[in-house]
Design a protein around this ligand. Structure first.
Ligand SMILES: Cc1cc2nc3c(=O)[nH]c(=O)nc-3n(C[C@H](O)[C@H](O)[C@H](O)COP(=O)(O)O)c2cc1C
Length: 180
């Protein structure tokens, strides 16, 4: 039942306190990432845990620069930061030459988001940083973030004490077909 509760209560949070996560809580979230299932148990992921605001901002700045003005309407707001100033961001890098990398990293990031929810920590899954790893500074950023050779950015997870509240998203029952 605790799992169902965490699934139902999780939201994408977009405002955070500056307070850092306790180390044991962060370790439990990362362990949930390592415990994720993966195709052939290949574990094609690498988790870079960043608590350096300057580096997080550098990824934001580069992604924004690569996307340009048309990237997202949210960039029209000068205060917008794609990590929402969360004190911890986990970057999930995935092995490029493996068929199931995207699926496996997707499962892993949700494992971590649900673990965070269960531990009272807010999160948001982030695809928006991806352009930062396509532009001129891509190699420099991958190096600064400890991305292994042969891996590239898949997804990120911002973590912290959420200060916003949000309704659950709509449930689209028509997305289910039952064949008997
Ligand atoms: C693969 C993926 C990428 C996402 N990227 C972003 C993002 O870059 N920025 C953001 O604010 N939310 C992002 N989200 C969060 C979604 O917008 C959110 O899950 C959706 O609106 C449903 O809301 P909920 O998570 O609160 O249920 C992403 C979610 C997923 C699964």
């Amino acid at each position: 039942m605790d799992v169902l509760r965490a699934i139902s209560d999780r939201r994408s949070h977009r405002a955070y306190k500056a307070d850092q996560l306790p180390e044991d809580v962060l370790c439990a979230i990362l362990r949930a990432g390592l415990e994720a299932p993966s195709a052939r148990n290949h574990q094609p992921w690498h988790y870079s845990v960043v608590q350096n605001p300057e580096l997080i901002q550098a990824v934001h700045d580069e992604a924004a620069a690569v996307m340009g003005k048309g990237g997202s309407p949210r960039f029209a707001d000068p205060d917008f930061q794609m990590f929402y100033h969360a004190p911890t961001v986990v970057f999930l890098f995935g092995e490029k030459e493996f068929d199931w990398t995207q699926v496996d990293c997707g499962i892993a990031v949700e494992n971590m988001a649900l673990a965070a929810e269960g531990l009272g920590i807010g999160s948001v899954i982030l695809g928006l940083p991806k352009p930062a790893f396509k532009g001129e500074k891509a190699d420099e950023l991958r190096a600064r973030l400890g991305c292994p050779e042969g891996y590239d950015f898949v997804i990120a997870l911002a973590l912290g004490y959420a200060t916003d509240t949000k309704e659950a998203h709509d449930l689209r029952e028509e997305k289910i077909s039952r064949i008997r």
